[in-house]
Design a protein around this ligand. Structure first.
Ligand SMILES: C[S@@+](CC[C@H](N)C(=O)[O-])C[C@H]1O[C@@H](n2cnc3c(N)ncnc32)[C@H](O)[C@@H]1O
Length: 282
């Protein structure tokens, strides 16, 4: 498989469906990796106890909706949605298992199924940078929020701050197996620039915007765990890895393990990342 065959966009329903089981299987692990980020986002929502809250692109764990549902004294409405039907199935299963009052629906963040001015708070983690035109999603959030509504979303800081992704990504890219997106294309790092993203938020109709960085540590138990994460969980990287023959995969795996040595942590690894939380008011 060549670079040209690898899907570049990160927003295809099929791609997300294809990693939904792996994301679900790693749900508790991922909730742990993102715990501080979840807490920071929930705090930034400035919740009132009767708010209508929506988590967009909630993935299989809907961590923010879950945290809101578990908040003592919260009596508002909690909804969550995602483009991938399989992500929604997984998230719904978890919420039902834990008896959480969250309702789920399949949705596209660029065409929200909510009337104008009907939502108090929106949380969206790691989605707007993956859209072909992020302002479409931001404008749609602005449309459905009430006049005093608030949008809190997370993006990633620049690639250099996110070895957890760039380490396997660069090994594949150097072999022509993965094409890192060019500037201006949707990608994990497309909204890393604080000033540019602040401007986009204001252009979408919001009046205030604050940004806070949250460090992440992707802990992987051992080399097998590192490889299973690369092969099954890492979105477009996993798609690229899975389409290679055995020999290429073995070569890629060996090189990833070699480079991961600098992030060794006991028997496993702690791969660093940096998330950026943007809070916007209307
Ligand atoms: C990087 S994952 C983040 C998942 C979750 N927010 C989290 O932080 O764990 C991106 C999620 O966005 C969803 N997604 C992609 N494009 C979307 C769109 N246009 N509308 C809604 N969800 C979308 C994917 O299915 C996937 O669950």
């Amino acid at each position: 498989m060549t670079t040209e065959d690898v899907p570049v966009g990160f927003d295809a329903e099929g791609m997300w469906d294809s990693v939904a089981d792996a994301w679900d299987a790693r749900g508790d692990w991922h909730a742990d990796v993102t715990r501080e980020l979840t807490t920071t986002m929930v705090r930034a929502l400035e919740l009132r106890k009767t708010d209508t809250v929506v988590e967009l692109a909630c993935g299989p764990t809907a961590d923010i909706a879950t945290a809101v549902a578990q908040r003592p004294g919260f009596t508002g409405v909690i909804r969550a949605g995602d483009l991938s039907a399989r992500m929604i199935e997984a998230a719904e299963r978890r919420a039902r298992r834990d008896g959480l009052p969250v309702s789920f629906e399949q949705l596209d963040v660029t065409r929200l199924p909510f009337p104008d001015g009907s939502i108090d708070k929106i949380a969206a983690r790691w989605i707007y940078m993956l859209l072909a035109d992020p302002i479409e999603g931001l404008r749609e959030a602005d449309r459905v929020l009430r006049p005093d509504g608030r949008l809190v979303f997370a993006v990633f800081a620049a690639a250099a701050e996110n070895p957890f992704f760039m380490l396997p990504g660069s090994v594949l890219a150097e072999r022509g197996l993965f094409r890192p997106p060019s500037p201006g294309q949707p990608s994990m790092f497309a909204l890393a620039d604080v000033d540019g993203t602040g401007q986009l938020v204001r252009d979408a109709g919001f009046t205030t915007c604050s940004v806070r960085d949250v460090p992440l540590s992707y802990r992987l138990a051992d080399p097998d765990d590192l490889w299973s994460w690369v092969r099954d969980f890492a979105g477009p990287i996993s798609v690229a890895v899975r389409s290679q023959d055995e020999r290429t995969r073995a070569d890629v795996r060996a090189e990833i393990e070699r480079r991961a040595e600098r992030f060794r942590d006991g028997a496993g690894y702690a791969l660093p990342g940096l998330a950026r939380v943007v809070a916007a008011s209307r």
